[in-house]
Design a protein around this ligand. Structure first.
Ligand code: HEM
Length: 172
């Protein structure tokens, strides 16, 4: 168990450094090695997943307008490379885009609870249609749920004219 705890600590630190996300301690598969996901899915699995996600974007009423219509292929590639890197594959994302700084990179998009929930809905459908192995699907689902919540940067309520802007969490 000692070794497991040391491994866990290392994984949590890496998770925080790379995604800026706050790890949730107490989840059921704490000791699952995330880097194994790439071994299970390979490039092809991640390609199926991100293609299934982006296929739904253009017609989505909340998310569609946020994404670059003229460069959806590029956007798909950025997400794919990020996930491949994050889950144990080649570090193309870092080479091309640098440190992920996901929260910072998402500030320019209005991410409300509703937008977060829609993103997750589309991603859960994508996981289902991509027919990923259960273990990998679970690991990815947990990561997406936590990270998407962390990226919320706006409250739903529309402020009255002259009212103070909604509070957003900023850490840079
Ligand atoms: C919570 C709801 C979310 C919304 C509304 C959202 C929206 C967006 C949009 C509009 C882009 C720009 C597309 C592009 O040109 O690259 C983007 C980029 C990106 N998103 Fe999200 N996103 C969300 C959640 C997530 C989550 C959970 C992840 C983690 C897997 C993620 C990872 C990324 C990455 C890696 C990029 C590319 C960043 C870059 O290198 O510029 N997003 N997102």
């Amino acid at each position: 168990m000692q070794a497991d705890v040391a491994q866990l600590a290392e994984r949590l630190i890496r998770n925080q450094q790379v995604t800026g996300s706050i790890p949730v301690v107490g989840s059921s598969n704490l000791f699952m090695e995330e880097t194994e996901v790439f071994t299970l899915l390979g490039e092809a699995g991640f390609a199926r997943l991100t293609a299934a996600f982006y296929r739904q974007i253009p017609q989505d009423d909340i998310l569609g307008p946020m994404y670059p219509a003229a460069d959806l292929e590029g956007a798909e590639q950025r997400l794919r490379n990020f996930l491949i890197f994050r889950f144990g594959g080649p570090a193309r994302y870092i080479e091309q885009r640098g440190h992920p700084r996901l929260r910072q990179r998402h500030f320019r998009f209005p991410i409300t609870q509703a937008a977060r929930d829609r993103w997750i809905l589309l991603m859960m459908r994508a996981i289902e249609t991509s027919e990923l192995p259960d273990e990998a699907a679970q690991c990815l689902s947990r990561f997406f749920a936590e990270t998407a919540t962390f990226l919320i940067n706006q409250s739903e309520s529309v402020s009255a004219p002259g009212a103070a802007p909604p509070q957003t969490l900023r850490w840079h």
